[in-house]
Design a protein around this ligand. Structure first.
Ligand SMILES: [Zn+2]
Ligand SMILES: [Zn+2]
Length: 141
């Protein structure tokens, strides 16, 4: 994830307006590392800027995704998650109790679909989701 200054420059280079609201979202995402939902970003942004609209948050996330600065994921937690880590190829650990999402580096290079199941299909990407409970949730149950 790029810094607020770098993202501001990139948005401007693409002819997009950069408002203080958008910069607040950049700041929240930079170093977030926690795959926030758009809704939780909205809540956090509103705490700083009570006038920010939900639409601005969604639009900014959309623009960041279009520029390849964030990834938008559906890891089955019921809400789209924003992933600021687009630098390192990674997969995810998902807590099925609290919905927390963590990056994990696993080597999937050897993951192959047997030829008989692969017919008429070209694989372009592999996403692996490990489901379970985070330590905090495992302790509680
Ligand atoms: Zn958990
Ligand atoms: Zn991630």
């Amino acid at each position: 994830m790029k810094t607020v200054e770098e993202l501001t420059a990139r948005f401007r280079a693409h002819g997009l307006r950069v408002t203080p609201q958008r910069q607040a979202i950049f700041r929240l995402l930079y170093g977030a590392g926690s795959h926030p939902t758009v809704e939780s970003l909205y809540d956090a942004a509103r705490a700083e800027m009570p006038t920010i609209s939900r639409k601005t948050v969604y639009q900014t996330v959309h623009d960041l995704e279009a520029m390849g600065e964030v990834a938008v994921l559906d890891v089955g937690t019921g809400a789209i998650r924003v992933d600021p880590n687009v630098e390192d190829a990674h997969h995810h650990l998902v807590c099925t109790t609290c919905g927390s999402v963590r990056d994990v580096l696993v080597d999937v290079a050897d993951l192959r679909i047997p030829a008989r199941h692969r017919r008429d299909f070209q694989v372009d990407a592999v996403e692996v989701v490990f489901r379970g409970r985070c330590d905090a949730c495992a302790v509680e149950s």
